[in-house]
Design a protein around this ligand. Structure first.
Ligand code: DLL
Length: 436
């Protein structure tokens, strides 16, 4: 039920006292060992002795992805290279990757955090878990790998791709747990069906999904197709990788490992810290990392913190599922639209397969949004009036939720590209110079 019960169920006052001690030590560690932070903190007038209470964190300047990139590759490392035992990096679509380094202590802390979330989700030493994340610089695969080994589960490092083989091994090895992105899990289900394998006959029982968003409606689809209990976990390479937070079996938010990560929610525009319970951009300070400690990292992920006690007994606060990212919130004719809102709607329409793409463009004056979805049964393509009715239904449901008009395109089953990693769902044609 717990991996580190004492800390996972510690009273709030104890958690906060620990956080304050660690924060003070962290600011000093950064100030003394990273010239970038020394300069930043000095400019902001923050010397380590300025941190007296937790809320003094507000005086510390934010760190962004650009700060890490500007100091490429190792400029923000606080530990000497002889103490760094592992490097990871996030791919990033443009320019250089963001590079992170781990000391041995960091790796230990990381695998503890992942072990916690796996146990919280229901994994045990009896599980046989297939890791279908890509092994390599990406933190997902090795992160889950070490955490699951730590709890004594049997790890099968299949890596991503080669989907038919994934299914074959799942059947032959009696795999009980699957680690992947939610979209790849759906694809594995599709391939199994194509191979004539009934997923209900497999031993799969638990999904540890993360690295991309997954609405509850999408989760229902995954569970129906793979016959397992699907859980969500969150993290990012700059902070550690997976292990920042994860759902317990009650699935009412993801418990943050608060002894290692100090969360805040800020207003993206003003940078002001928002009161508990408000939705905004998640900012995280890594309290324990030695290799590359990060002060107040702007994740760009939108969420909300919940400090109410959870019935599972864990006292660490929970963050809501990620609503979207500040940089993938679509602004359509002045209205803010999150892809997750669209996902929630289309996942509940039975005639539609759970794959979609959003194309944003402009007709010269106004933004346009096209929602491309696949028909679950392509024979519907021959029945014009049913197709038109379906389009109207989807259009109406989306308009009710989003408050804007969008174009619905019904595509043949499997015409949207499947990926083994994070799904690419948004095509924004507005800024490529094609249209003025
Ligand atoms: O995706 C780390 C990870 C791996 C987390 C495996 C969980 C499982 P990056 O590649 O650096 O790291 O991407 C981080 O992915 O800022 C979010 O936008 C998104 N993300 C990660 N987990 C979730 C989640 C890994 N559970 C970025 N829900 C983050 C929604 C997620 N988005």
């Amino acid at each position: 039920m717990f991996f580190q019960k004492e800390i996972e169920t510690a009273p709030r006052s104890e958690i906060e006292a620990l956080q304050l001690n660690k924060l003070k030590a962290l600011v000093k560690y950064c100030y003394d060992n990273v010239p970038f932070y020394h300069k930043r903190l000095t400019e902001a007038g923050v010397t380590p002795d300025k941190i007296k209470v937790l809320s003094d964190i507000q005086y510390i300047p934010f760190t962004t992805k650009d700060d890490i990139r500007d100091n490429y590759p190792f400029g923000l490392f606080a530990a000497p290279m002889k103490d760094i035992v592992r490097i990871h990096a996030s791919s990033g679509t443009t320019g250089k990757p963001t590079v992170v380094g781990y000391t041995r202590e960091d790796l230990d802390m990381w695998s503890d955090c992942v072990a916690r979330l796996c146990v919280a989700a229901g994994a045990t030493e009896d599980d046989i878990v297939q890791i279908a994340f890509g092994y390599g610089l990406f933190t997902g695969a090795l992160g889950l790998h070490y955490g699951l080994e730590k709890i004594g589960a049997t790890v099968i490092p299949t890596s991503s791709g080669n989907t038919e083989k994934q299914v074959m091994l799942m059947k032959d090895f009696g795999t009980t747990g699957l680690v992947s992105t939610p979209s790849y899990a759906l694809y594995i289900g599709e391939v199994a069906e194509r191979m004539g394998i009934h997923t209900e006959d497999l031993k799969l029982r638990l999904g540890l999904f993360g690295s991309e968003g997954c609405t509850n409606e999408m989760r229902d689809q995954i569970e129906a197709r793979l016959h397992l209990f699907a859980t969500d976990n969150y993290g990012m390479s700059e902070l550690v990788g997976p292990g920042v937070s994860g759902e317990c079996q009650l699935r009412q938010g993801m418990h943050i490992a608060e002894d290692h990560f100090l969360p805040e929610i800020i207003d993206t525009k003003t940078g002001q810290v928002l009161p508990h319970g408000e939705t905004g951009e998640l900012v995280i300070t890594t309290l324990s990392k030695r290799g590359i400690p990060i002060l107040r990292y702007r994740t760009k992920d939108i969420s909300r913190l919940n400090y109410e006690p959870c019935e599972c007994g864990r006292t660490h606060c929970r963050m809501d599922k990620i609503k979207g990212r500040t940089d993938d919130m679509l602004k359509i004719r002045g209205v803010n639209v999150f892809p997750s809102q669209i996902e929630s709607v289309i996942m509940t329409i039975p005639q539609i397969a759970p794959h979609y793409q959003l194309v944003v463009d402009t007709n010269g004056v106004l933004d346009t949004l096209e929602v491309r979805v696949e028909l679950a049964d392509s024979s519907l393509l021959d029945r014009f009036s049913e197709l038109e009715d379906l389009k109207k239904t989807i259009h109406h449901k989306l308009q009710t939720v989003l408050g804007i008009n969008c174009k619905i395109s019904l595509l043949e089953y499997q015409s949207i590209e499947r990926t083994a990693g994070k799904a690419k769902r948004i095509i924004d044609l507005r800024n490529n110079g094609r249209i003025i």
